[in-house]
Ligand binder design. Structure first.
Ligand SMILES: Nc1ncnc2c1ncn2[C@@H]1O[C@H](COP(=O)(O)OP(=O)(O)OP(=O)(O)O)[C@@H](O)[C@H]1O
Length: 295
C-alpha cells in the first residue's frame, strides 16, 4: 500500500499557459517511489511543458510538489535530488568525458565520479574521448552515465532516445533500469516509442491536448480494458457495443472496450491482452472519446 510518505511527485489542478495557449489542463496525479512512469502523448500534447514544471523551469498554476518541495520556489535545493535530461543534448562539444566528470564532481554534491566511471564502462565511450568525437547514441549514453551517477530520488527524461538506433535505445534503457532504478527512486520518461517502452514501465500517463486521458499501472490494464478478437460475422454486434477502438491483430478483427462489454458481446470473441499502442491510439485520436476515458 502506498502511504503519503511514499509519494515523490504530486500535482493537483495543475494548469500551464504560454500566453493564451493553455498547454497543460487541470492535471492531478501522484507518482510514488519505485515507479518507472511513461509519459505518452502526440507532438504538442504538453509532455515537455509538464516536465519543465516538475523541474521548476516553467511557471504553473495549481498545486505541484516534487520531493515535498515547490519546484519553482525551492529549485536549487530540489535539483540536488532531481535529475533531468531535456530533449536537447547539452553536453559541451569541446570537453573530454573525464573533464565532464571532474566538472560534475565540483558542481554537484551528490555526484560520484567513481560511479560515473563505472557506468561509462558499460558503454563504448572512453574517458579521454571528446564529446564532439562521439556519435549521437554515444553522447546520450555518456549523458545518462553522468546523470545516473547522481544519487537523486527522481529522474526526468524527455525523449531520451530520440534519434538513436534500436541497439542504442536498448542499451540506454538497460543502463537506466539496471543501474539507477532501485525500487526507491522513480523515473518519468516521455517517449513516442510506445511499443518499445511497454515492458519497462510500471505505469503509464497519457496526455492529449494538455489533458490526462489515462493514468494507470500497467498491471491494471487487463482489469480495466477488454480486447476481443472476433469473426467478421460478429462485427456489427461488436460495433453496436461502442468499443473505444476497432483494429486488427494477428490478421483478425479486434475491438477494445473500456470496461467489460455485456456478456453476450464478450461471448462473440476471444479475449486478447490489450496493448499500450492500441490504447494510445484509442485514447488520443478522437476527442469525443477522451472525456469518458479519463476516469
Ligand atoms: N515556448 C513556447 N511558447 C509558446 N507555446 C509553446 C511553447 N512551448 C510549447 N508550446 C506549445 O505548448 C503545447 C505543448 O507543447 P510541448 O512542447 O509541451 O509538447 P510535447 O508533448 O512535449 O510535444 P513533442 O512530442 O513534440 O515534444 C504545444 O501546443 C506547443 O505549441
Amino acid at each position: 500500500m502506498t502511504t503519503m510518505s511514499d509519494i515523490l511527485i504530486e500535482a493537483r489542478g495543475l494548469n500551464m499557459h504560454y500566453g493564451s495557449k493553455h498547454a497543460v489542463r487541470d492535471l492531478s496525479f501522484s507518482i510514488p517511489k519505485g515507479r518507472v512512469v511513461g509519459l505518452l502523448g502526440h507532438n504538442g500534447a504538453g509532455k515537455t511543458t509538464l516536465m519543465k514544471a516538475l523541474c521548476g523551469l516553467a511557471p504553473h498554476e495549481g498545486h505541484l510538489s516534487v520531493l515535498g518541495m515547490d519546484p519553482r520556489a525551492d529549485r536549487t535545493v530540489l535539483l540536488q535530488s532531481l535529475s533531468y535530461i531535456p530533449d536537447v543534448a547539452i553536453l559541451p562539444r569541446w570537453a573530454r568525458v573525464e573533464e565532464l566528470i571532474s566538472l560534475m564532481a565540483g558542481l554537484h554534491p551528490k555526484f560520484s565520479a567513481e560511479r560515473a566511471r563505472h557506468l561509462l564502462q558499460r558503454t563504448s565511450v572512453g574517458l579521454s574521448d571528446k564529446v564532439k568525437s562521439l556519435s549521437k547514441g554515444m553522447v546520450v549514453q555518456a549523458h545518462l552515465a553522468l546523470i545516473a551517477a547522481i544519487d537523486a530520488k527522481v529522474m526526468i527524461l524527455d525523449e531520451p532516445t530520440l534519434g538513436l538506433d534500436v541497439l542504442s535505445r536498448k542499451s540506454f534503457y538497460e543502463m537506466l533500469i539496471d543501474e539507477w532504478c532501485d525500487g526507491e527512486r522513480s523515473v518519468l520518461i516521455s517517449t513516442h516509442q510506445v511499443e518499445e517502452v511497454e515492458s519497462l514501465l510500471s505505469d503509464v500517463m497519457m496526455l492529449n491536448e494538455g489533458q490526462m486521458v489515462l493514468n494507470i499501472p500497467l498491471d491494471q490494464l487487463d482489469q480495466r480494458f477488454v480486447a476481443l478478437s472476433h469473426d467478421p460475422a460478429a462485427a456489427d454486434a461488436i460495433a453496436a457495443a461502442h468499443p473505444l477502438l476497432r483494429y486488427r491483430q494477428h490478421g483478425q478483427q479486434a475491438a477494445l472496450f473500456d470496461g467489460a462489454p455485456p456478456a453476450d458481446v464478450q461471448a462473440l470473441g476471444q479475449r486478447l491482452r490489450p496493448n499500450l499502442v492500441d490504447l494510445f491510439v484509442a485514447l488520443t485520436r478522437a476527442p469525443e472519446l477522451n472525456a469518458r476515458s479519463a476516469r
